[in-house]
Design a protein around this ligand. Structure first.
Ligand code: SF4
Length: 225
């Protein structure tokens, strides 16, 4: 598999926030968000390879029940992802897959953590703008995940305009409000603080879940956390 890193930390976002978990970060993404916080998996992907067996061995060494497969976009490597998840499930792990929700495959997972990208993610790069814009929202993919898995749907929020986009998606897919998670956009604590009070009030009003970005407030914008 193309991968970027394997590390043990606390889940920093969403409804399992704070749970010690092993993260397996795949490499490569089909989108190019302007504010991507893991450019080493998207804009400038590293060319590291690992077999499913070796990934399983390295994940298992941390003796953590909770495993988070993230990216990049993990579903780009459907076959290997399916095999890895099957083996993790057989070993009794709780599996979360973090995805941009543009590609579906029926893998073994306990939680699908979708993060559909709003228009605030469109990059400046002209070449990628069209590809990103055409690919960032796939309603049929989101619908398949929602029907078949326990899901949370996380949105990175920059400004008030984003809330209308969230509401349109929530309405068109009938997403339960308790499954919607709003997070302030920012790659460090200061940027997040600028938006957190306003966003907390939005969540109270709309009955959405607010998620801080725990790893950023504890460790800052550091890899492997
Ligand atoms: S979908 Fe995720 S990994 Fe891909 S470019 Fe956007 S933020 Fe980066």
């Amino acid at each position: 598999m193309k991968y970027s890193e394997i590390f043990y930390t606390l889940q920093g976002e969403g409804k399992l926030i704070g749970i010690p978990s092993v993260f397996f970060r795949t490499s490569y993404c089909n989108l190019r968000c302007g504010w991507c916080d893991t450019p080493y998996t998207s804009w400038n992907p590293e060319n590291k390879q690992i077999s499913v067996a070796e990934a399983l061995k390295q994940i298992t060494q941390f003796k953590s029940k909770y495993v988070v497969i993230t990216g990049g976009e993990p579903f780009l490597q459907k076959d290997e992802l399916t095999e890895l998840c099957q083996q993790l499930a057989t070993n009794g792990h709780h599996i979360t897959i973090e995805t941009n929700a543009t590609i579906f495959a029926p893998v073994a997972a306990n939680l699908i953590s979708m993060s559909p990208k709003l228009s605030n993610s469109i990059p400046i790069d002209k070449q990628w703008q069209k590809i990103h814009e055409a690919g960032r929202i796939k309603l049929e993919v989101m619908s398949s995940f929602l029907k078949q898995y326990d899901c949370q749907v996380k949105f990175v929020i920059n400004s008030e305009r984003d809330i209308e986009e969230v509401q349109d998606l929530v309405n068109s897919l009938s997403i339960p409000t308790e499954s919607v998670v709003l997070m302030p956009q920012g790659i460090n604590s200061d940027e997040i603080k600028q938006r957190q009070h306003w966003l907390a009030e939005v969540c109270k009003k709309m009955k959405y879940r607010y998620s801080p970005r725990l790893h950023l407030s504890i460790w800052g914008d550091k890899r492997g956390t």
